[in-house]
Design a protein around this ligand. Structure first.
Ligand code: ADP
Length: 664
């Protein structure tokens, strides 16, 4: 039914999809985290592997380099051993060659020439080792190597040893054979720290720490030029010299290699940023879902409200085009929303016979001149039936406070009108009945009243007949009697006409009427009754302007009030039976009062006086005062009762009604 530009509200299915969509980023985040961690782990592992490979390569290279140098030294000693046997001046040869070796091989600190009994024949430089150390060689450390070399006839290295507990050395012993006889032993002393210092290049020490250790983890020499955290290390047997010695190379974490770390940090940062933005998106989507749910609830509420509304709603834009109608309006007119929305004047529900008036009202509404209290219109249903509508027009203001059209609430008041009409007819019927009742009650006195002119007519008639029978009777004698007969007949006729007028059922007709005449007529009515009950009536009737009123209705009111007043004084002493009728007039209002000196009104009855069917009389109907009040209100006046302060009995009531002098 809805055609207005209401906001699109997502269907429940879309919320399921939204929830699924909301879950997607979570999966994405988990996958991304896994991927990132795997990537970082792989990078780390690759780096580690690479470092290890490089370390192993470098260690192998170093080991090869050392071996090359030690083997070189061994070769040269070998050559010297051969030359010592063959040369004529072995001492000189030893000196020259040893000096040369010491020069070219910085890793060798001393070269010794021993005899088979371990005694030193010569040594270069002889001063580098104190005597006791030379002694120590022979005794402690080199003993076994000496034995081994002489037995095997091959070079052999000694076990590493410390001199004065600080520097560590190894010694290469090489036997000198003269033919098959051991003629001596050449020994080259290698301080292990010097060996490392001379053979480990600077770039190597920038990356690694090189340590010479044995199986017992005793450290003999070390070289490095970096400090910090060690990353990984690699050990390789240091052979030659062997003897359980090992080269342990430990790499240091590369502080210069910060690019991958920066990259990793950037990745983590970016990932963090992505997570954060995803979190924000998730938050936003949650808010959106909540807003949508609220909107859906609001929409459902609005729809329910609209559907249950019995008032028709119709919105038109500033050009008069229908932009929205609610279900109640559709029910009222019988047209569907599709048939109505988009239509421009003349609307399909306008009555063709009243098109001009309806269009004029439409123009007034569009000009903002619609009556604020609403206006009545006749509309046509789709099936052609007419109905009365009460329309209230108001400005349609959008969310930005802009006037975008006109909103009308339309009430089908056909039934109400019908009910009002029925009530009015019933009221009229009741009035008529009340008049009949009043008339019935007054019938006997009226019959008595009518009797008088009829009796007078009969006696005048008899008198006339008697005159005719008399001789010498002229028409002039009869004429006055006949005139009186006529007068009495008119009087009787007047009474009958008054009764007829009073009882006649007629629609209310407002016409200028003289209230004084009305009161006099009423007094004429009740005169007989008053006489019968010996009630005096005083009337104070000034000259009055004409008032627009229904004469018959006012007569009914006055008669009712007068009769009630007379009835209230039924138990009064004769002297106190006084009914006073007065009329006062000021500029705008005319007030008529009927005052009696009767029983008065009990306080508990005061509020009920004007309600229908309230009576304190055994044979009363209790509708008189209620009809009187509706008649006076119909004339836009008021009717009320007061105590009579001027009563000689101290009791009594004054009924007063007002009438506006001008109908507005
Ligand atoms: P009914 O005369 O048939 O009882 P009314 O509507 O004319 O019906 O009056 C209702 C009641 O108001 C009366 O029964 C009476 O009790 C009270 N009433 C009316 N007029 C007077 C009056 N002038 N003095 C005292 N009571 C009155």
């Amino acid at each position: 039914m809805r055609k207005m530009n209401s906001p699109p509200v997502p269907a429940p299915g879309s919320s399921r999809r939204l929830r699924f969509l909301l879950a997607l980023p979570k999966f994405g985040i988990v996958l991304l985290v896994i991927a990132l961690l795997s990537l970082l782990w792989l990078l780390q592992r690759n780096e580690h592997e690479e470092e290890r490979t490089t370390l192993i390569k470098d260690v192998l290279w170093l080991e090869q380099n050392l071996r090359f140098h030690l083997n070189g030294a061994e070769d040269q000693l070998q050559q010297l051993a051969v030359d010592l046997v063959q040369d004529a001046e072995p001492t000189r040869t030893f000196r020259i060659r040893a000096a040369h070796m010491l020069r070219t091989m910085p890793e060798v600190s001393q070269i010794l020439w021993l005899d088979p009994n371990h005694r030193v024949i010569d040594a270069l430089p002889s001063s580098t080792l104190p005597d006791q150390e030379i002694e120590a060689f022979g005794l402690a450390y080199t003993q076994r190597a000496f034995e081994l070399a002489s037995q095997l006839g091959k070079p052999a290295y000694s076990e590493p040893f410390f001199s004065d507990g600080k520097r560590a050395f190894v010694e290469l012993l090489l036997p000198v054979f003269n033919g098959r006889r051991l003629s001596g032993m050449l020994a080259a002393v290698f301080p292990l720290d010097t060996l490392l210092n001379s053979q480990v290049p600077w770039w190597f020490t920038q990356k690694y720490k090189v340590v010479i250790v044995d199986d017992n983890d005793i450290q003999y020499a070390a070289k490095t030029s970096v400090e910090g955290n060690t990353a990984q290390s690699y050990e390789i047997p240091f052979d030659p010299p062997g003897r359980g010695l090992k080269l342990r190379v430990t790499s240091y974490q590369n502080t210069e290699n910060f690019l991958p770390r920066v990259l990793s940090a950037a990745i983590i940062l970016l990932a963090g940023g992505v997570f954060w933005s995803l979190w924000l998106v998730r938050d936003l989507m949650r808010k959106r879902t909540r807003a949508e749910e609220a909107l859906r609830g609001e929409h459902a509420f609005r729809t329910a409200m609209e559907d249950s509304l019995t008032v028709g709603m119709r919105a038109r834009d500033l050009q008069g085009k229908v932009i929205y109608v609610n279900p109640a309006f559709c029910r009222m007119t019988g047209f569907s929303s599709d048939e109505l929305v988009g239509t421009t004047p003349p609307m399909p529900y306008w009555v063709p016979e009243q098109i001009d008036e309806t269009f004029a009202m439409h123009q007034a509404v569009m000009a903002g001149m619609a009556p604020p209290d609403g206006f009545e219109m006749t509309f046509r249903r789709k099936d052609g039936a007419h109905f009365q509508a009460l329309v209230y027009e108001a400005k349609l203001i959008d969310g930005n406070g802009k006037h975008t059209g006109w909103m009308a609430s339309v009430l089908d008041i056909t039934e109400r009108k019908r009910a009002e009409e029925l009530a009015r007819q019933q009221q009229a019927q009741l009035q008529f009945t009340s008049r009949l009742v009043t008339m019935g009650e007054m019938a006997s006195t009226l019959a008595h009243e009518l009797n008088q002119p009829l009796a007078a007519i009969a006696s005048y008639n008899t008198g006339c007949l008697n005159l005719i029978d008399q001789a010498g009777c002229t028409t002039a004698d009869i004429k006055p009697a006949l005139e009186k007969i006529g007068t009495q007949a008119q009087r009787a006729g007047k009474i009958i006409r008054r009764v007829h007028d009073f009882v006649r059922k007629s629609e209310p007709k407002r016409a200028p009427c003289d209230l004084r005449e009305v009161v006099e007529d009423c007094l004429g009515f009740v005169e007989a009754d008053a006489r019968k009950h010996r009630i005096r009536i005083e009337a104070d009737l000034p000259e009055l302007p004409l008032v627009p009123a229904d004469r018959l209705m006012l007569e009914q009111v006055l008669l009712n009030l007068m009769r009630n007043g007379m009835e209230a004084m039924a138990d009064n002493a004769e002297a106190d039976r006084l009914l006073r009728v007065a009329i006062e007039v000021n500029e705008e209002i005319l007030s008529v009062s009927v005052a009696d000196q009767g029983c008065g009104i009990a306080p508990e009855n005061r509020d009920k006086l004007f309600t229908a069917f309230f009576t304190t009389k055994p044979d009363g109907m209790g509708i008189g005062l209620s009809i009187c009040r509706s008649i006076i209100e119909f004339h836009r006046g008021r009717l009320w009762a007061d105590d009579n302060p001027r009563s000689s009995t101290g009791r009594g009531t004054i009924f007063t009604f007002t009438l506006p002098l001008h109908s507005s």
